[in-house]
Design a protein. Sequence first.
Length: 193
Amino acid sequence: MVAPAPAQRVRQVVEPAVAEVGLLLEDVEVTRAGAHSVVRVVVDVPEDDEGELDLDRVAEVTRAVSDALDAQDVVAGEYTLEVSSPGVSRPLTQRRHFARAVGRSVSVRLVDGGSVSGRLTAVERGAQDADDAVVVVPVTPGLKGRRPKNGAPVRILLADVRDARVEVDLSGLGPVDDDDVAGPRADAAGQES
């Protein structure tokens, strides 16, 4: 039985291939699955890249990673390659993670034990990395169908963040009001002015 290739060696081979197609390598995992290995590669878009990690880009990076692994023969025997994005459930740990989440609902736990939940509205670059910050507008859910209330924006230094995650926002879902769909009242639709 062949031992799986160490993830660090796979990372060394894969990282230049990922960078060449303009993406960032987030994580590499190599596991054994029966008679063959599974190589999981997680890639992301750089902070300054305005594009999305769509299927075309994933296909392109998958080809590049596969070619690099085959050329270096770093994974012994047969292997399955899985290339993916970090997904919405990934923790926000770096400034670029927060930058990609601007406009989304987030939950931020602070080093001091506090927490802030709301809409991430900005990511600020400081003079030094320790000065980087995020701005979150706290949102308090409305009671019994009432609209949520927005609080005053809160500026949080990234150094003060213990962990943070994007929250699934279902606020736009729900029953559709007939007046929203029909437009002007139906009884006025046939009248001339």
